[in-house]
Write a new protein. Structure first.
Length: 324
């Protein structure tokens, strides 16, 4: 046992003892099992067991800091996820190579930065609202802006020390709110420029603006890495999971997949339901067929996923995302 760079204890076994984990070469032949096949026969059906030494040497690329002739031990209930992934990668065929998409990286950086700014602005506005409630008992507008807060503060002149302290903090928060608004506007302008330069046609979908389009492009990357629309829907987490029982056929929400991409499709679906669109007509047909609001909404999101997939495939020949 040794201590790694993270300060955790790591158990090692020598390569000479590694076959005991996955190989039956040096063990006595067991008797037949209930199914009539011996354990040796079952083990022989796994090709990686027969080539353990070469597999261990190839897996050294996954653990470059390990001592020579050693691999991570799988004992004491430790997970073997990394080892299993390495073995699967070495014995699988037809795997696609990972490609870095510069445009998608730019969009992801900008969208995450903008989302962080919006969260910070919401927190600042909530703090300001709490202070103004104490200074202005008459009430405040539901959506508080920096200009509305500044106008309220001009009409408040507290005389006591506590009131003056509240007003001073509120003035500072108004200034912070204005600064955050400018930064959010700047990040949005940057997103608009990159999305326009990518020449994507996603904005032709009702409910897709530049911000939603940027989020979809950022979290999808090269659309050609998905073998089908169903694979893209599964990646987005909009492919329902069947939970049928008997004659009742029902589907439940899938909580897997990229949640930001799922959120973008949710925004599109909600926007289309609220307006007179083809998506609203589809949603109403599902409701008329006996489905609830959430079930009909999931069906609509699944259809929107196919539309997004087809548009991005068409864009792959002209968009900057295809040049990565």
């Amino acid at each position: 046992m040794s201590i790694n760079s993270a300060g955790r204890s790591v158990h090692y076994v020598s390569r000479s003892t590694a076959p005991a984990i996955g190989s039956c070469a040096d063990s006595p032949k067991p008797g037949p099992t209930r199914s009539g096949r011996s354990k040796e026969l079952v083990g022989s059906e796994r090709p990686w067991r027969r080539s353990w030494p070469s597999t261990v040497s190839k897996l050294s690329m996954f653990q470059p800091n390990l001592p020579t002739g050693s691999v991570l031990s799988t004992g004491h209930g430790r997970k073997t996820d990394a080892l299993s992934v390495g073995i699967a990668a070495l014995n699988s065929t037809g795997l696609q190579s990972m490609r870095t998409d510069p445009t998608a990286q730019v969009l992801r950086t900008l969208t995450e930065y903008r989302d962080d700014l919006i969260r910070t602005r919401t927190q600042t506005a909530n703090r300001l609202h709490r202070l103004l409630v104490q200074l202005v008992p008459a009430g405040l507008p539901k959506r508080l802006t920096a200009e509305a807060a500044a106008q309220l503060l001009r009409s408040v002149r507290p005389r006591e020390h506590y009131g003056r302290a509240l007003r001073q903090v509120a003035v500072d928060l108004v200034a912070e709110l204005r600064r955050l608004d400018r930064r959010i506007d700047s990040a949005t302008d940057s997103l608009n420029a990159v999305v326009t330069e990518s020449r994507t046609q996603l904005t032709t979908i009702h409910g897709v603006g530049t911000v939603v389009a940027a989020k979809i492009l950022a979290h999808t990357g090269d659309i050609r890495r998905f073998r089908s629309a169903a694979a893209f829907a599964s990646y987005a987490g909009v492919a329902p999971i069947e939970v049928s029982s008997g004659d009742a056929r029902r589907h439940r929400l899938s909580r897997a997949g990229d949640r930001q991409l799922n959120y973008a499709l949710h925004v599109i679906a909600i926007t289309q339901i609220r307006r007179d669109t083809v998506g609203r007509a589809y949603y109403q047909r599902k409701r008329a067929a006996g489905k609830g609001h959430k079930e009909a909404l999931r069906c609509l999101k699944r259809q929107l996923s196919d539309i997004v997939y087809r548009i991005m495939l068409r864009d792959a020949g002209t968009s900057l995302l295809a040049g990565a």
